[in-house]
Design a protein around this ligand. Structure first.
Ligand code: ADP
Ligand code: G3P
Length: 495
C-alpha cells in the first residue's frame, strides 16, 4: 500500500519510477521527447508531448511493477525547472511551445534591465541574477511578442506555469493551478523571504497576477489525480524542482551538505538551513524545500548549463561515439588531453560567470590532437566547471567540504568521477540508489502523506562508489589555471 510513484520530467526525457516504501526502485519507464531549436540560441518543447510522455511512463512503470494504482500511497512530481508553459485555463490547450530553460532569446531584455540598474533589486528579492535562464523574462517575452496573449492573460484566461504546474493541472483534470516554493523560486517573480509573488517584480516585467499559480509547500497533499488517468485517484503529495529534489534524495539535510548532479547540465546545491545566504561569488540563492507547515530551507546553487550535454554533442554533433557511455573508453585511450581544453559554452556560461554571450571554444589543438584528446577534454570540462562551483560555494559559505555527493547520468562515468576527485582534492561519493532526483520526488511525496521523514531518509542513504583524490596539488592547480585561461577565450564571443 505504501509504494511511491515518482514522476521525473527532465529536459530530454520523461521518466517514472515506482519505489518501495524503503526507497528502492521497483520498476521504471522512460521516454525521450523532441527538442526544437527554431533559431540559434532558442530551445523549445511541445507541452503536449511532455504531458503525454509523462503519463505514458507513469502507466508503464505501474504496469511493470505489477501494481494497481490503488497500492500507491502517493505521487511526487519533480521537473526541469524554469521552463515556461502558457495554456488556456478553460481548455488546457497550450498557446505556445514551452520555452526551455536553456533558451537565450531574452538576453537583450536582461541587458536592458541591467542597464536600468535593476539587477540588485532582482538579486536581493529573488536570489537570482538577470540571465535568460530564469522564467520571468521568458514569460514577459511571450506576453510582449505573441499577439493577443497579453489581453487574454489580463482577463484571467491563461495559466502560466513551470513544468510542475503543467503536470499538476493535467493530472488533476484541470482542477488545480499550483506550483511549489522551490519551482517558484526560479522564476525571478518570487520573493524568497516573503515566499510570495512580488508586486514590484511583477510590475517591472509587466506580468499580470492573474496568470500565476498558487504557491504551496513541496511536501503536502495538493489534490488527487483524475481517476481515469492512472486507474485510481492518487494523492499528489510532493512537488519540487529536480535539483532541489536531488538534494533531498541525497539526504543533504544539515547545513553545509552538498550534492552535484551531472545530467544535461550540472547543478551543485549546498543546504544552508532555514536562512537564505547571499552569494558574493555569482551563485544563486534558492529555496530548497518546505515540508508542510515547517519553515522552509534554503540552498546555495551553482548552475552549469552544459555537462552531460557535451557528451551528447560528441555523439550527435561530431559523431565521435555512438552511445554516451562510449565516451569513457575513447577518453581512456589517452593519459591526458595533451593541453587541449574544451569550454562547452554552447548556450553561454552559467554560474559563476553568467555570460549569455560566451560560446563553445576548443583551444590548445596541435597536429597530434586526436578524437580521444577531445573526448577527454569534454569530460574534464564537466569537472572543471564543477570545480568553479565548489570554489565559489566554499568562499560564500565559509565552509570546507569534506566530500561531495554526486548523482545523475554522467556520474556513472568512472573516469570523470576520478578526475573530479583529483581536481577538487576531495572524495567524491556516489549513492547506492543512482536515481537520486526521482528518489527525492518519492520521498517528498512520502513526507507529504506522513509515511516518512528526513531522519528516516538520512538513515537509508548509503554510499555506493567512492573516488579518492590521487593528484598532487601542483598538477591540480596547473591544470585548473589552464582551464581559467580557456574560459577567458570563450567569453563575450556572440556579443
Ligand atoms: N557514461 C556516461 N559518461 C558521460 N556522460 C553520460 C554517460 N551516460 C550518460 N551521460 C550523459 O548524461 C546525460 C543524461 O543524464 P540524466 O541524469 O538522465 O540527465 P537529464 O535528467 O538532464 O535528462 C546526457 O547528457 C548524457 O550524455
Ligand atoms: O533536466 P535536468 O535534470 O538536466 O535539470 C534541468 C534543471 O532543472 C534546469 O535548471
Amino acid at each position: 500500500m505504501s509504494y511511491l510513484l515518482a514522476l521525473d520530467q527532465g529536459t530530454t526525457s520523461s521518466r517514472a519510477i515506482v519505489f518501495t516504501p524503503a526507497g528502492q526502485p521497483l520498476a521504471q519507464a522512460q521516454q525521450e521527447f523532441t527538442q526544437y531549436f527554431p533559431q540559434p540560441g532558442w530551445v523549445e518543447h511541445d507541452p503536449l508531448e511532455i504531458w503525454q510522455s509523462q503519463l505514458q511512463t507513469a502507466r508503464e512503470a505501474l504496469a511493470r511493477a505489477g501494481l494497481e494504482a490503488a497500492q500507491v500511497a502517493a505521487l511526487g512530481i519533480i521537473n526541469q525547472r524554469e521552463t515556461v508553459v502558457l495554456w488556456e485555463r478553460s481548455s488546457g490547450k497550450p498557446v505556445h511551445p514551452a520555452i526551455v530553460w536553456q533558451d537565450r532569446r531574452t538576453a537583450a531584455l536582461c541587458e536592458q534591465l541591467k542597464a536600468e540598474g535593476l539587477e540588485p533589486t532582482f538579486r536581493q528579492k529573488t536570489g537570482l541574477v538577470l540571465d535568460p535562464y530564469f522564467s520571468g523574462t521568458k514569460l514577459a517575452w511571450l506576453l510582449n511578442q505573441v499577439s493577443g496573449l497579453r489581453g487574454r492573460a489580463e482577463r484571467g484566461e491563461l495559466c502560466f506555469g513551470t513544468v510542475d504546474s503543467w503536470l499538476i493541472y493535467n493530472l488533476t483534470g484541470g482542477q488545480l493551478h499550483a506550483t511549489d516554493v522551490s519551482n517558484a523560486s526560479r522564476t525571478l517573480l518570487f520573493n524568497l523571504r516573503d515566499r510570495a509573488w512580488d508586486d514590484e517584480l511583477l510590475s517591472i516585467l509587466d506580468i499580470p497576477r492573474a496568470v500565476l499559480p498558487e504557491v504551496k509547500p513541496s511536501a503536502t497533499v495538493y489534490g488527487t489525480t483524475a481517476p481515469e488517468l492512472l486507474g485510481a485517484a492518487l494523492p499528489i503529495a510532493g512537488v519540487a524542482g529536480d535539483q532541489q529534489a536531488a538534494l533531498f534524495g541525497q539526504a543533504c539535510f544539515a547545513p553545509g551538505m552538498t550534492k552535484n548532479t551531472y545530467g544535461t547540465g550540472c547543478f551543485m546545491l549546498m543546504n544552508t538551513g532555514p536562512q537564505p545566504v547571499e552569494s558574493k561569488q555569482g551563485l544563486l540563492t534558492t529555496l530548497a524545500w518546505q515540508l508542510g507547515n515547517h519553515p522552509p530551507e534554503y540552498a546555495l546553487e551553482g548552475s552549469v548549463f552544459i555537462a552531460g550535454a557535451v557528451v551528447q554533442w560528441l555523439r550527435d554533433g561530431l559523431g565521435l561515439i555512438q552511445q554516451s557511455a562510449e565516451v569513457e573508453t575513447l577518453a581512456a585511450q589517452v593519459q591526458d588531453t595533451g593541453g587541449v581544453y574544451l569550454v562547452p559554452a554552447f548556450v553561454g556560461l552559467g554560474a559563476p560567470y553568467w555570460d549569455p554571450y560566451a560560446r563553445g571554444t576548443l583551444v590548445g589543438l596541435t597536429r597530434g590532437t586526436t578524437s580521444a584528446h577531445i573526448a577527454r577534454a569534454a569530460l574534464e570540462a564537466i569537472a572543471y566547471q564543477s570545480r568553479d562551483l565548489l570554489g565559489a560555494m566554499e568562499a560564500d559559505s565559509g565552509l570546507r567540504l569534506s566530500e561531495l555527493r554526486v548523482d545523475g547520468g554522467a556520474s556513472l562515468n568512472g573516469l570523470l568521477m576520478q578526475f573530479q576527485a583529483d581536481l577538487l582534492g576531495r572524495p567524491v561519493v556516489r549513492p547506492q540508489v543512482a536515481e537520486t532526483t526521482a528518489l527525492g520526488a518519492a520521498y517528498l511525496a512520502g513526507v507529504g502523506v506522513g509515511i516518512t521523514d528526513p531522519p528516516g531518509i538520512a538513515e537509508r542513504w548509503a554510499a555506493g562508489g567512492r573516488f579518492e583524490p590521487r593528484m598532487l596539488e601542483p598538477e591540480r592547480e596547473q591544470l585548473y589555471r589552464g582551464w581559467k585561461r580557456a574560459v577567458e577565450r570563450s567569453r563575450a564571443w556572440a556579443e
